[in-house]
Design a protein around this ligand. Structure first.
Ligand code: CA
Length: 224
């Protein structure tokens, strides 16, 4: 497992270096990645699968609850108050073949008026970006591998956007689909809402050159 993880990291770093050198970028294959399409105000994000409390919202007019990173809209997520551990989420699914390299990045923010409290380490809520691979098992596909990173919790500064640096994952043997996910995990009925914007996902491509920084590379290396 460690070997595969290191291989995945190496490939990710190589891809980031390539884009830094060439200036190339790849197509974001997500539909409605910035939540700009479709209706707003307490409705699920258009083009995304969603569960729990995840809603497409327009920029606030009376406070700073919803301040999009870009455009006019964002996605707001919060817990379900349905048990000691529950999840709200949004995702999009795509076909893959073993060996495909997937990359995911996003932006997250929480408003001081409804801030998250604590972290996963302290028993609070947290938000992850996650790449998950599934096989073709009938009647229900199984999740066979995943990579995720925390993009927001109560330890993050309030009222500013935080860049979730790209995570990379190599599609393993038997993988037929991949899901690009944002998940809000609620523990013990803690409150706080997470805002998400400009999610980016590509397969066998690279993140936009403006998002490829030495800081991102360093963060990936330190994570290992
Ligand atoms: Ca937006």
């Amino acid at each position: 497992m460690l070997k595969r993880t290191l291989l995945s990291l190496t490939a990710c770093v190589v891809m980031l270096l390539m884009v830094a050198v060439t200036g190339a970028s790849a197509q974001n294959i997500l539909l409605n990645p910035g939540f700009e399409n479709g209706p707003t105000v307490a409705v699920p994000p258009t083009d995304w699968e969603s569960f729990g409390n995840a809603y497409q919202e327009a920029a606030s007019t009376v406070d700073y609850r919803f301040v999009p990173f870009a455009g006019n809209n964002l996605c707001s997520m919060y817990g379900n108050w349905s048990g000691a551990y529950n999840v709200s989420g949004i995702f999009q699914e795509f076909s893959v073949v073993p060996g495909d390299m997937c990359m995911l990045s996003s932006y997250a923010r929480h408003w001081g008026g409804d801030a998250m409290i604590g972290s996963q380490a302290t028993g609070g809520n947290w938000v992850v970006q996650k790449i998950a691979f599934f096989n073709n098992k009938k009647p229900q596909p199984e999740e066979i591998a995943s990579v995720e990173s925390i993009i927001l919790d109560g330890s993050f500064a309030q009222d500013v956007w935080h860049y979730g640096v790209p995570i990379c994952a190599l599609a393993p043997a038997e993988a037929v689909t991949v899901q690009a996910m944002i998940l809000y995990i609620q523990v013990d009925a803690d409150g706080g809402a997470a805002n998400i914007d400009d999610v980016y996902f590509c397969i066998n491509g690279t993140v936009p050159v403006q998002e490829c920084t030495w800081g991102a590379l360093k963060a990936l290396k330190e994570k290992e």
